[in-house]
Every structure is written in structure tokens, then in C-alpha cells.
Design a protein around this ligand. Structure first.
Ligand SMILES: Cc1cc2nc3c(=O)[nH]c(=O)nc-3n(C[C@H](O)[C@H](O)[C@H](O)COP(=O)(O)OP(=O)(O)OC[C@H]3O[C@@H](n4cnc5c(N)ncnc54)[C@H](O)[C@@H]3O)c2cc1C
Length: 381
């Protein structure tokens, strides 16, 4: 049962999407143009503080309500959800693992959207295997000096800071014991070198960052203790996976809605194509996928909100909902025939956007491995 607060928030997000996003998303995405006006509106809606605790200026929403917001936004334009999702993963690292001084200093600025950012984990040689990163921070008085390269970092051009994963002891064994995370604000030596061209997820900035003798103060080491970086980075993953799963629900739903509408308008052999059994089979499968994905996301989000361990549930939701998005986007394109292949319509955008969710926040290969490991752990013989 949705609370009154949830109904009000979802209604205002729906109205905003209808009025200020839907009419402009297509052109901005095609031009790969950053949606500045929408970001200003997202600040007003409080989206940059959606999951940040109220005592630090956020809305303090639970995962369940937040996932519904993410699904609604992604149904209209998936890229927009990345602008606040990645930002909130960074905020979560600070809220869960930061010192009280770090929370007081950063969370109110994150919540208002004044200081926005994302999370800097991936490097040219290390994505899934984060213990293989090479970016290193060496202590020098009250500062650390960072050298190395991060790539595929979302919000790194338009944002002002990232949660930066580095090695503070590159010789540590196992390597995770020598990994630390910093709140890294832009400054000398923090060089955003190149915006990456992408298949989809356009409009939002994803870039490479080269750190050259970048100095970050020791007070920006999350939690104030070295060696906890990997723990900080993966600690936000359950919520991160639920969020990406919710994006999958949004894209899968958009594909279904487009197909339901188009198949009633398009006629072949004297009748709307929705009356051909081959199309009906597709619609039936697409609708079932959407419902199953939505329920898996809700189940994982509710377990998260109850404070239960939910890595298997979040993994299942992420895996199923993002594969559902890719499958529905593919079927939607087929149902649209040649119009599905045209850049004038949005079927092709959904088709290009869907694969990111299969890769990001732990690839779907890894999700199945996590699910299997959990199954064995929870069912010993
Ligand atoms: C548009 C976009 C935005 C992104 N934004 C960010 C961001 O903001 N911040 C950030 O840090 N990163 C970001 N990423 C990077 C993303 O998180 C990584 O791409 C992802 O973690 C996978 O890493 P990789 O690309 O290095 O693939 P690899 O780790 O090289 O994997 C390659 C393949 O091998 C498989 N594989 C790897 N290890 C195993 C194993 N043990 N068992 C079975 N299969 C395995 C993978 O599933 C995959 O199919 C973004 C990526 C994209 C495309």
C-alpha cells in the first residue's frame, strides 16, 4: 500500500516528466546534449537528495519509493536517471561510511544538487575485477597525491566531484586491503580528458579522467581510515542494483506501451497487426516480462528497506529486469518494422539504451554467479 507521501512524490515526478521531459528528450538524446534545464528542475524536485537522510537536507526516501521514481523517469528518458543515480551512489558511500564531519560538509551540498557527481571505480584495465585497479594515492603531509586513469565515469564533465577508488598501498595482499576511497572534488591535476561516444545513454556525460599529481586532503578519505575502499564501493551495490533494475523496468515498460499503441494503428492484410497471432504472442510475453520485473524489483527494494540482506534478491531483479528491457526493446523494434529502425521514433533509442543496464552495476554474467553462490550458501547440505 503506497503511503500518502509516496503518492504525492510520484505524482509530481509524473507531471514533470509529462510537461518538461517527454517533449524534449528525443531531440536532446539524438544531439547528445546535456539537459541543463531538466537538471535545474530535478534540483527543485529534490531528486539529488532523494535517498539522503532528512537531517542532511535530503528527502530520505526508502528504496521502494526511489525505485518507482527511477522506473518512471527511465520510461521517459533513461539517461536522466543516471544523472541522479550515480550521484546518489556517491552520496550513499559518504552517508554510510563517512565521518560525521564529512557528512556535515558534503551531504547538504549533494542533497541540494549544488555539488553533483558520481562514482569513479573503473579503469582502462579493470572493471569487474576492481582489485586490479592501478590508480594510486601516496601520502604527502596532510594530503595524498593521486596518479592514474579512470574511465567510463558518468557525470564527470558536468559534475564537481566523484567518489574515487584508489590504491593507498599497491603492495597489499590481498589487494583490497590496500584500497581506499576519497571524496575527490575537481581541482588542479583532476583532468577530464575526453568525453566518450556511446551507443546509447546519450545526453549524459561519461568521460575519461587522468589524475596527474592531483592533491586531495586527508580529511577527504572516506571514514578517515585507509584500506576500506573496496568495502565502501561494493557496500552501495545492493541499492545500486535495485536502481539499475528499476531502470530496466522503465525501459521494458516504455517498449511495451509503444508496441501496444503502434500494433493497434498499423494495418496489414486488412486488419491491425495486434490481431495477428504472431504479434499477440510478442505482446503477451512483453507484458509478462514487465510485471515479473516490476515484482522482483519491489521484492528486493522492500527487503532492503526492512534492513535484510538482499544481494541475491537485488541480483535477480537486476538480471531479470535488464534482460527484460533488452528483450522488450528488441521486440518493440520488430513490431515497428522499418519505423523501428528510424531515428525519428523512440523505438531505436530504447534498443540502444538497454544494453548499458546489462553491463553496468555488475554485469549480468556476474549477477548469475552471485545468485548461484548465494543459493549454495543459503542451502548447505
Ligand atoms: C555508459 C557507461 C557508463 C558507466 N559509468 C560508470 C561510472 O560512472 N563509474 C564507473 O566506475 N564505471 C562506469 N562504467 C563502467 C562499468 O561499471 C564497467 O563497464 C563494468 O563494471 C564492466 O567492466 P568492464 O567493462 O571492464 O568489463 P570486464 O570486467 O573486462 O568484463 C568483460 C566480460 O567478462 C565477463 N567477466 C568478467 N569477469 C568474469 C568472471 N569472474 N566470471 C564470468 N564472467 C566474467 C564480464 O561479465 C564481461 O562480459 C560505465 C560503463 C558504461 C558502458
Amino acid at each position: 500500500m503506497a503511503s500518502e507521501e509516496e503518492i504525492l512524490i510520484l505524482d509530481s515526478v509524473r507531471r514533470w516528466l509529462e510537461r518538461d521531459v517527454a517533449p524534449y528528450a528525443h531531440d536532446l538524446e539524438q544531439a547528445d546534449e546535456y539537459p541543463h534545464a531538466m537538471v535545474a528542475q530535478m534540483k527543485e524536485l529534490g531528486l539529488f537528495g532523494a535517498t539522503i537522510a532528512p537531517e542532511y537536507g535530503g528527502l530520505g526516501l526508502g528504496a521502494s519509493t526511489y525505485a518507482k521514481i527511477v522506473a518512471l523517469v527511465s520510461e521517459v528518458w533513461m539517461s536522466l536517471s543516471g544523472i541522479f543515480n550515480s550521484h546518489l551512489i556517491m552520496a550513499r558511500c559518504v552517508q554510510s561510511y563517512g565521518t560525521e564531519a564529512q557528512k556535515q560538509k558534503y551531504l547538504p551540498r549533494f542533497a541540494s544538487g549544488e555539488l553533483r557527481g558520481g562514482i569513479g571505480l573503473t579503469e582502462p584495465d579493470a572493471g569487474t575485477d576492481l582489485q586490479g585497479i592501478r590508480c594510486a594515492a601516496k601520502r604527502d603531509g596532510d594530503h595524498y597525491v593521486v596518479n592514474g586513469t579512470k574511465t567510463w565515469i558518468t557525470n564527470s564533465i558536468e559534475g564537481g566531484c566523484i567518489g574515487l577508488l584508489v590504491k593507498t598501498d599497491p603492495t597489499a595482499s590481498p589487494p583490497r586491503k590496500g584500497m581506499s576511497m576519497f571524496i575527490a572534488e575537481k581541482g588542479p591535476g583532476f583532468n577530464v580528458t575526453r568525453k566518450l561516444k556511446k551507443l546509447g545513454y546519450r545526453g549524459i556525460d561519461t568521460a575519461e579522467i587522468v589524475f596527474e599529481d592531483y592533491r586531495v586532503h586527508k580529511d577527504c578519505l572516506i571514514g578517515g581510515i585507509e584500506g576500506r575502499g573496496l568495502y565502501n564501493a561494493v557496500g552501495g551495490l545492493e541499492l545500486g542494483r535495485i536502481n539499475v533494475a528499476a531502470r530496466g523496468v522503465g525501459v521494458a515498460t516504455a517498449a511495451l506501451k509503444q508496441s501496444v499503441a503502434y500494433s493497434q494503428q498499423r494495418k496489414t492484410f486488412g486488419k491491425p497487426i495486434c490481431e495477428h497471432q504472431a504479434i499477440q504472442l510478442k505482446l503477451g510475453e512483453m507484458a509478462t516480462r514487465v510485471e515479473a520485473a516490476r515484482l522482483l524489483v519491489e521484492q528486493a527494494a522492500q527487503a532492503f528497506d526492512r534492513g535484510e540482506r538482499c544481494d541475491m534478491e537485488a541480483g535477480m531483479a537486476k538480471y531479470f529486469a535488464t534482460e527484460a528491457a533488452a528483450k522488450n526493446a528488441d521486440e518493440n523494434m520488430r513490431i515497428h518494422g522499418a519505423y523501428g529502425y528510424s531515428c525519428e521514433f523512440d523505438a531505436e533509442r530504447l534498443y540502444r539504451d538497454a544494453p548499458l543496464m546489462i553491463i553496468g552495476e555488475g554485469t549480468n554474467e556476474m549477477q548469475r554467479i552471485i545468485i548461484a553462490r548465494q543459493l549454495i550458501e543459503r542451502n548447505p547440505v
